[in-house]
Design a binder for this molecule. Sequence first.
Ligand code: PGA
Length: 253
Amino acid sequence: MRKQIAAANWKMNLTWQQGKQLLEEILAADISLRKDQLAIFGVPAPYLGLAEGIVSPRPQYAIAAQNCYDKKSGAFTGEIAAGMLQSIGINYCIIGHSERREYFGESNQMLAEKLDRCLENSVVPIFCCGEALQVREAGTQNEFVEKQLEESLFHLTAEQLKSVVIAYEPIWAIGTGKTASTDQAQEMHACVREVLARKYSAAVASEISILYGGSVKAGNAKDLFGCPDVDGGLVGGASLVASDFIAIIRALK
Ligand code: PGA
């Protein structure tokens, strides 16, 4: 059965003192999660080891990096290798967030390499895809997202793909307060699953967790996560407030 996941993306926010307090408040809520439910915190790189130390006693909670580099090692000052993440017990990494694509010029091809580095090191990639507003307005969002999947994921074997989490994040909904409707989310998630089923198989596609991201809030999480093909969310702004993210974790189906 595929996992239901509430993933926080802190982005470049919070001091470690604030982040630690946030994690501790969320863990103190003692939310009972089933084996197929997970809460993941995408924290800034300097906090990875510290945050892992806090969540590690709780099996349904995990820490994710927000990025890694596409090379294995070497003279790349300031970059972080997937193998380094693995060596400090970090098992998840957000890959290809739209902010990285936009501000750091990450292409589908580069992201394909990053996925390989993660998978070689048993780091589960949370692969982000999603269209900008002008693509949505032109009505070509399905083709756009299909191309992102094709160019970054389709070189993977079925076994490798099963270790990937996908996050569909329409760029027009990120940080804007403009959430996709449940119909829009379900339609795209079904489309992603259908693209994977065509390339791999329906059985493989049915095992992939597909998260929705873009202005997920405490008040809309239950409806979004209730869609048959939505397996949780990737959450920015609302993941910075303990009570909001607790409600979002509790909204997992
Ligand atoms: P948001 O961000 O929840 O603040 O819209 C989501 C994301 O960028 O992952």
